[in-house]
Design a protein around this ligand. Sequence first.
Ligand code: SAH
Length: 479
Amino acid sequence: MKLYPLFADLKGLPVLVIGGGTVAERKVAALLGAGAKVRVGAPQLHPALARLADEGQVEWLHGGYQPAWLDGVWLAIAATDDRDLNARVAADATERRLLVNVVDDASLSRFHVPAVVDRSPLIVAISTAGAAPALARRLREMLERLLDHTLGALVTLAQQHRTRIVLRFPDLAERRGFYDWLHDGPVLPLLRRAQPAEAERTLLSALNTRGVSPGKGSVTLVGAGPGDPGLLTLQALRALNQADVILHDQLVSADILAMARRDAERIDVGKRCAGRHVPQDHTHQLMLMHAQAGKRVVRLKGGDPFVFGRGGEEMAFLREHGIDCDIVPGITAAVACAAYAGIPLTHRDYAQSVCLLTAHGKDATDTLDWHALANHRQTLAIYMGVERIDVLTARLLEYGRGPDTPFALIENGTLPRQRVITGALHALPALARQHAVGTPALLVIGEVAAMARDRAWFGELITQRPATAAAQMACAEPA
Ligand code: SAH
């Protein structure tokens, strides 16, 4: 091992940072975070450092470097851009048997400052001994994504009850089993749900009564977003990494499924899976069966589970059957498709409200409030509307929405094959047919839709006029 890793308790100890620029400022911030008494030596200070000095949070040693600055400190960091000066500091510190770090200069450093993932009191530190700082940064990013932000709270809880745990499980193997339960079981999800008292109760009851019970199954409803895997949330990614079983919709892309735990069982419950209709009831039973078998089930849905996703019904069903259920929201199609088409859903001048609606389902077009929907100064974002485009358009026009109202039809939003078709409301059915728009597609109606024309930044944009009726007929003739 080229370097000996250690974590230093610097609380209340004087340390020295030489340099007054932004690099020094970052070092000072981290040292203050660890409770050190920081002295900064420099002729001038960057404004943020000067503020800290004014507030008395750091002591400013004003002027050019003097070896006497090193007297009485435990650590020294040289953060100047003068290599000779840095080398002098390093030599003086070494002579005094002080640990010294020279920023970005491994050869002059006695200690290195690692890249850090902070879930205090859990801290992950990464070092390549200065050989590959970019790789250390990359690893840090990966771990940042992977490590739940509530892990710190779990570690604190375990720390508070450590003695109790040791007494309850004197046998090392049993204790290890308990810790496995603590890390994988229901305590962390409770902390994630901001229910620390319940988390502690669960831990204590496991200690006091039955010991570790076999893991109870659970279901997490996870929103996968509209398609682009980059739009998955960190929480969704973590849930996918932990799942034993994933029940997913057809809309969820293969790229997203590929990000899940390799050995997780994946079950397609897409509504039109292999040409067959999978009834909702069957999905309910599958979730129940796997959760009752003690599995961690992820029910993965396109967009957001609670927006036209039947997530509400699934949650109610699981609750009725006593299954633990939580939810990770996703970016819903309206929000994502509009953004990827360059359309602001609200706009100070044109739209004070947005209405998310679906034209699908039993009698949807008959039960909608067309009066309200035909109002100006609002944006309509219509899900599952492609098959009902004729009725939709006719009703809106009939109830008074202007025929020139702009629309944007976004097909395969956020995916590489995204197409955006824009035009005026009266021409919507013709344009949709002319371009053979398929599913999934989201329809935006309202003044803001016109903005796609000069703000679209992703995929293909089609703004042409509808073909005349005569031309359409000519197209229909076999060549
Ligand atoms: N829960 C999902 C909606 C499910 S309903 C969500 O919050 O987004 C399915 C409808 O969503 C589709 O018919 C389509 O109108 C819309 N949709 C979902 N993904 C889409 C995408 N990538 N591009 C365009 N529309 C999409």
